[in-house]
Structure formats: structure tokens, C-alpha cells
Design a protein around this ligand. Structure first.
Ligand code: CP
Length: 317
């Protein structure tokens, strides 16, 4: 059996983007550098370039999304691709068609890229193993496993504001247990050379043996936020909680909600990030979310350039 990374082709180039885990630093940096060149395109009056002209991108979102789905849509259009947003609720999935039969039928319409969000961890991997080698699969979030383009746009945002990775202390705060975003962030941060990645959460919201991912664990915000350069907030994923992981959202806010007072424990030039959707008054106070240290909306803007970069690199490989 081959141990080759299923995301890479035989030349070591990106064939699919399924997870940030195991991706070489050179590929992560290539995506960030390519995205840098696309930021300029997104700021021009005429925002289109012909890199994906004639290509067909299918957005398959089996779970709700505002940011990821829309920014993939915009990114594909800016690259001059044809983009098709399958309406899952009105599709033949409701009549019992399997995921792979849906994919087979869309492949027969000459799809070039599938962008897949699914509640089941591994759904994008399953499709990537199944499709013809000329088709590329991008994981837009699978269960609590991975959300690689979110992780990458977060790395792009950090690099934009902090310039380097090798001198940073980064804290990821909140529901790490259920978060695909946290996993993608941790793998990308450690691969890019961030020397200290912290996770701050109650015990009930941390995976078993999370230290094995190379992070330092804190349960107390007062300790965990000391001297931090980047704060990455996460929402409580109530839809993925099996049992009562928490007493109440009010109590959670008291101990783990990011207020101005708690933020003042971090470095004075620290940036505050959040992948969205935010629950104001649960994991973050509005005065912080809308405050001077927040880069939450720039994250969304950079998401277009990063998704353009990923699609253009895949089609060029
Ligand atoms: N960050 C993120 O994945 O947001 P959406 O669920 O709105 O796509």
C-alpha cells in the first residue's frame, strides 16, 4: 500500500485540498504567496482574470454556510470559471440518491472542481478517492475533522498583520473538541513554524490527548492569554454536542468569553480573529468583535483571494 499523501499527485503537487494535516510547508507558503497576488485583483475595478475560463466548479454544500460558500462562488467567478451551486434541499438527495451517485452524475456534466461541505467527517476524502484523476476536490468543512481553506485564510491574515510566524504566541480559545477549524489551524500553525500554540478551553471542550497535536493546554484565560500575539476565537458548536458539555452559555461567557478586560492580558498589539459565525455575548463581547484589535472582517475579505489561489493551483497542477 502507498503511504503517499492522498492530496498530492505523483509529482508532489496539490491534487486535492482535504486537510492542512501533512501538507508540506512549501505548499502552504505557495498558497499564501499566490493569494497575495490575487488580493490586488480583488481590489481592482475589473476583478476578473481568465485563469479558470472554461472550467466548471460545483459547490456542494450539504450543511449551511454564509462565508465559505459565498467566497468560493465569488472566487470562481473572479477566475472566470462557471460555478454551479447545487441546491441540496431541492436535489435528488431528498429521493435517496447516494453522495457518490450525485457526484457521478455531476462528473458526467464535466465538473473540474467539487467544493464539498458535509456533516460527516471524511466525506470529501471519500469523493476524492472516487472521482476521475482530472477532477479536484476541495474540502469546505467535514464534520469536526477539517476546514483547510479556513485554516489557510487564517494563516494569510496572521502573516498580513504579523509578517512572520516564527516569533508568535497564538491562542485558540473555545470549543476545540468539535471544531474542524481549530484542527486545520493547529496543523497549519505548527507546519509554518509558530513556536507556541496554546489552546484555552474547559476540559469538556478539549479532545483527549490534544497535547499530541503540539499545543500547550490552558483552562484559565488569565494564564493562557499572557503575552499572546494572536487570539483565535471559536463558537460553541451546540449542533455537534452529544450531551451537556457546559452548564450554560452565560457561565461560559463569564469564564471564556472574550471581553476587553480579558483581551488586555494579551500583548497590546494582539489581533483578534474569529472564523464566524459569531455568537456575540457567548464567546465574544461585541466591544471586542467590533473593536480596534479585531481582524474578523478582513479574514472574510482574504478568504476570496485564498480560495482563488487554491483553485488556480489545483487546476494548474
Ligand atoms: N467560517 C465558516 O466556515 O463560515 P460559514 O459556515 O459561514 O461558511
Amino acid at each position: 500500500m502507498s503511504n503517499r499523501n492522498p492530496q498530492l499527485n505523483k509529482n508532489g503537487e496539490l491534487q486535492h485540498l482535504l486537510t492542512t494535516e501533512g501538507l508540506p510547508a512549501a505548499i502552504l507558503v505557495k498558497i499564501l504567496d499566490t493569494a497575495e497576488s490575487f488580493v490586488g485583483v480583488t481590489e481592482r475595478d475589473v476583478k476578473k482574470i481568465p485563469l479558470l475560463r472554461g472550467k466548471s466548479v460545483f459547490n456542494l454544500f450539504f450543511e449551511p454556510s454564509t462565508r465559505t460558500r459565498t467566497t468560493f462562488d465569488i472566487a470562481a467567478k473572479r477566475l472566470s470559471a462557471d460555478i454551479f451551486n447545487l441546491n441540496i434541499a431541492a436535489s435528488s438527495q431528498t429521493k435517496g440518491e447516494t453522495l457518490l451517485d450525485t457526484v457521478n452524475n455531476l462528473s458526467a456534466m464535466y465538473a473540474d472542481i467539487f467544493v464539498v461541505r458535509h456533516s460527516q467527517s471524511g466525506a470529501a476524502h471519500l469523493i476524492a478517492r472516487h472521482v476521475h484523476p482530472e477532477i479536484h476536490v476541495i474540502n469546505a468543512g467535514d464534520g469536526s475533522h477539517a476546514h483547510p481553506t479556513q485554516g489557510l485564510l487564517d494563516m494569510f491574515t496572521i502573516r498580513r498583520y504579523k509578517k512572520e510566524f516564527h516569533n508568535l504566541r497564538v491562542a485558540i480559545i473555545g470549543d476545540i473538541l468539535h471544531s474542524r477549524v481549530a484542527r486545520s489551524q493547529i496543523h497549519a500553525l505548527t507546519t509554518l513554524g509558530v513556536p507556541e500554540v496554546r489552546v484555552i478551553a474547559p476540559k469538556t471542550l478539549l479532545p483527549n490527548m490534544v497535547e499530541r497535536l503540539g499545543v500547550h493546554v490552558y483552562h484559565d484565560m488569565a494564564k493562557g492569554l499572557q503575552d499572546v500575539d494572536v487570539l483565535m476565537m471559536l463558537r460553541l458548536q451546540n449542533e455537534r454536542m452529544q450531551s451537556a458539555n457546559l452548564p450554560s452559555s452565560e457561565e461560559y461567557f463569564k469564564y471564556y468569553g472574550l471581553t476587553q478586560e480579558k483581551l488586555s492580558l494579551a500583548r497590546s498589539d494582539a489581533i483578534v480573529m474569529h472564523p464566524g459565525p459569531m455568537n456575540r455575548g457567548v464567546e465574544i463581547d461585541s466591544s471586542v468583535a467590533d473593536g480596534q484589535q479585531s481582524v474578523i472582517l478582513p479574514q472574510v475579505t482574504f478568504g476570496v483571494a485564498v480560495r482563488m489561489a487554491v483553485m488556480s493551483i489545483l487546476v494548474g497542477s
